[in-house]
Design a protein around this ligand. Sequence first.
Ligand code: HEM
Length: 260
Amino acid sequence: MKWTSIAAVAAGLVGSAAAQAESEPYTDAETGIVFQQYPSADGIKFRVALPGTIEAGQPYDVILQIEAPKSIGWVGWAWAGQMTYNPLTVIWPNGDQVMHSSRMAFGYSTPSPYADATYQVLKGTGIKGDTLKFTALCKGCSSWTDFTGEPFTVDASQEARFAYAFSANPVATPSDNATTFTIHDGVGHWYHDLPGAKSASFADWVAKNTVGAAPNGTAPGTNGTTVFSAARPRGAAAPLRFMERVRRDLGADARNRNRN
Ligand code: HEM
């Protein structure tokens, strides 16, 4: 039995036992940022750096970095460790560029574009050799409106349970950040050490690694990476408000139940 499984069982038994963080310190030579990284068994690395001071319950920015083989179809990071009702950071290669797309899933199907998490792509993003790397400042990855319509913030004073998913299949239209894609080949969950990810250098790291700065943050980066926002595709219907979506989903479930 893996140590993580043992820890999970133990935590289940005693109830209040703290989770065992599975991340470790990692310094990215390209940006100088010191992350806490989770090196997954699938060869994809998930890294986080946080501001030195975070007030309990208050939203905060994160610097995230994902490193994967460039042969990957797509990679997703789920900020509450589940597929649905939490921000998903999805990235994929598009030629020599790295695309990113902010999504949220309201069921087990292609997640929808999600406008409430925004990304400022930082230096340390691109494809070099066989490696794809995405580095960004995210506003809205650590807090959102949960399934019940209540505000939710990832507690940065302890380990957080995150999840990832990936596929070897390319997305349908790699140049379109609202593209569809098919189901994952694998998913995983892990506990990330958030207290260990905090640093007083956070703001300096963002400033030092800001590329292609433009007032709206959507200018092409200087490292061959075009920055795409999570904007709704032209002509698409306005997104439903959260509770309307929940009611609609529950309504659909009720209709389905009635049919059985
Ligand atoms: C076309 C896109 C996708 C489809 C069709 C899809 C479908 C599904 C389905 C059917 C399950 C349930 C499996 C089960 O219960 O046995 C699942 C689980 C899961 N998916 Fe996806 N998925 C998609 C994209 C994503 C993305 C982008 C992420 C981002 C991380 C993700 C993360 C997960 C996770 C973590 C699980 C485990 C169960 C959970 O925690 O909710 N999925 N997915």
